[in-house]
Write a protein that binds this ligand. Structure first.
Ligand code: NA7
Length: 571
């Protein structure tokens, strides 16, 4: 048993152990920043812990060239403050990492939030204390903190994963995962650079550095469907127009399944002629952002034949852009259709392969064998490099949870409970882990939609929930097993109609670099019902007095829930 700290002993002696904080938030990214803003406004004693040296989460870490939003900048920013909306000028339609990080810092400074944040503070363990109904956290530097509520704002893609290749430590040049791209400028001119991975990250970094390096070699295991981002600057005048439309923009985002300004074409794929379909696609190919994905016919996501026709259209686009027909064919995915994996948006990506200094190595044909002192070896030959860039993805969605020793009631470990995939109630609660909230958790609406829009929804809901709890003097909140089962079943059932259920993608939990995450062992990570339905579900739960959640005043829950009903979780 863990030895009690002096403070704990004193608290127990006075008979009313008070936690250090009413709320501890883990993660100072987009979600954590807004969460602490809401809590600070309420005057709640709360803190944010983050392992990084500063705030920003995703935008603190991912400093690789080309890192930028695929969401329209003005739909990515927070909507909670008119003053903030009025003063911030997004310089590009799809803003890059440096500006994004500046924005988050501006928000934190404007609302004086830094004083509530602790950096270089890596949480190693979080154990629920059933006697005192609070969370006991231990940080890497040996500190212990207690909080009545624990809010996980740890991000969807915050644990990068590397290939498991022999010799990775032996390489004499520089190598890094894109997530850990160095903070100081990396000299690329004249350098021989390898990029492994052609997901959203690889596609961004490859296109950005191709004309800056001496020589670029891309190691591609599977191509991804990708289409032009069509980025551009936002002038002062355009920004003024956008500001005037903010209410309308956010109202549209709230109405659309993806939480973007993009609304699906509801005419019906098979109800319009082939010529009309192609006319739409020609327009969408030139349209900025995810339009090609989200303004398209909805059948693309569910109907194999519709998806195949559209995929063939995009394949032709790729053939038109890549001069060498053999390379073009290698860049066209064969194992999945367009849009069933997360669609990376690109800026002159396909043209990279027309350059004299760039080459594509198809490692599905000639797999990587090992890393050598001077570069990479495939089954065919050795390659020499100065820099190896791993754009190899993340232990997505649940990775950040698995990296903390989270223990709930009876010492149950969350990583054991979620061994084969997450199960949650509303993507916000976990049965057996009382007083733990996830404003943008697995199986919530945020992961599959415009993330900050989902985050604001989740944070607002969680904050309202906590106010409900505090106003009534409850100490403990836990989702019932039944509520969690029904929600998880609902999430699983929604996958069954989506083509994406078959995808080898982080949306289904696939990651070849993590044992147990092989393709076919589907993890039901995201709520696929779209933002409006998700909001309607969680609002309904709140309106019904937070049904599915047992709220109790004392430390130990009663045998029969005293407050909220546990039957009839809204479906
Ligand atoms: P992704 O989308 O998971 O892509 C990872 C890429 O790395 C993908 O092409 C993988 O090929 C490749 N990969 C991974 N491991 C290996 C090994 N061991 N050998 C060769 N190639 C490998 O991650 P991203 O960072 O690009 O994007 C993640 C999200 O960030 C993105 O969706 C946005 O929301 C932002 P595979 O497909 O597995 O054959």
């Amino acid at each position: 048993m863990r030895k009690q700290t002096r403070m704990e002993q004193e608290q127990i002696m006075i008979g009313n152990p008070a936690p250090d904080y009413e709320v501890i938030v883990i993660g100072a990214g987009v979600a954590g920043i807004y969460q602490i803003k809401r809590l600070a406004d309420l005057g709640i004693k709360a803190t944010v812990l983050d392992a990084a040296p500063d705030l920003g989460g995703t935008w603190y870490w991912n400093r690789y060239p080309g890192a930028r939003f695929d969401s329209e900048s003005y739909t990515y920013g927070y909507s909670f403050s008119k003053e903030l909306l009025g003063e911030w000028h997004w310089k590009e339609r799809f803003s890059g990492q440096p500006e994004n990080l500046r924005y988050l810092n501006h928000v934190a400074d404007k609302f004086d939030l830094r004083k509530h944040m602790q950096f270089n503070c890596k949480v190693e363990a979080a154990h629920f204390d059933e006697t005192d109904s609070l969370w006991r956290l231990r940080t890497e530097d040996g500190r212990e903190l207690t909080g009545r509520f624990l809010i996980m704002a740890t991000g969807l893609l915050s644990i990068p994963t590397l290939p498991r290749l022999e010799g990775m430590d032996s390489f004499k040049g520089r190598s890094f995962h894109t997530f850990y791209w160095p903070h100081e400028p990396v000299e690329l001119a004249g350098k021989k650079v390898a990029v492994i991975g052609t997901g959203a990250t690889g596609i961004q970094v490859i296109a950005e550095i191709a004309d800056k390096v001496g020589d670029l070699t891309v190691f591609q295991r599977r191509p991804n469907w990708s289409a032009p981002l069509n980025n551009g600057p936002i002038s002062e005048a355009e920004m003024a127009e956008l500001r005037a439309r903010y209410d309308e923009i956010f109202a549209t985002c709230a109405r659309t399944p993806g939480g973007f300004e993009h609304e699906p074409d509801r005419r019906g794929f098979w109800q319009v002629s082939r010529e009309e379909r192609v006319a739409l696609w020609d327009r969408l190919y030139e349209h900025p952002g995810f339009a090609i994905w989200l303004r398209n016919f909805r059948e693309i996501f569910m109907d194999d034949a519709a998806n195949a026709e559209f995929s063939a259209y995009i394949a032709d686009r790729i053939r038109r852009r890549v001069k060498d027909p053999a390379i073009a064919e290698k860049l066209i995915p064969r194992d999945h259709g367009f849009g069933v994996q997360r669609v990376p948006m690109e800026t002159r990506y396909f043209e990279v392969y027309n350059r004299d200094n760039a080459r594509l190595v198809d490692i599905s044909e000639t797999p990587l064998v090992r890393v050598t002192e001077s570069g990479l070896r495939t089954t065919e030959r050795d390659y020499d490099f100065d820099i190896i860039v791993y754009a190899t993805g993340f232990d997505a969605i649940t990775g950040a949870f698995d990296h903390i020793d989270i223990q709930g009631v009876g010492g149950e470990k969350l990583r054991d409970k979620w061994k084969d995939g997450p199960s949650t109630y509303l993507g916000m609660f976990i049965h057996g882990f009382p007083n733990l909230l996830m404003p943008a958790g697995p199986q919530s609406g945020s992961a599959s939609t415009n993330y900050p829009r989902g985050i604001e929804t989740g944070v607002n809901w969680c904050t309202d929930f906590l106010e409900h709890v505090w106003e009534r003097g409850y100490m403990r909140a836990e989702a019932t097993a039944e509520a969690e089962q029904r929600w998880t079943d609902h999430v699983i059932q929604m996958y069954s109609v989506m083509l994406m259920r078959k995808a080898k993608s982080w949306f289904t939990g696939y990651n070849s670099n993590i044992p147990g995450h092989e393709h076919g062992r589907t993890r039901y990570f995201v709520y696929n019902g779209g933002a409006p339905k998700y909001v309607s579900r969680i609002s309904d739960v709140a309106a019904k007095g937070y049904e599915g959640i047992v709220l109790t005043s004392g430390s130990t829950p009663p045998a029969t829930p005293s407050v909220t009903g546990i039957a009839g979780v809204a479906r």
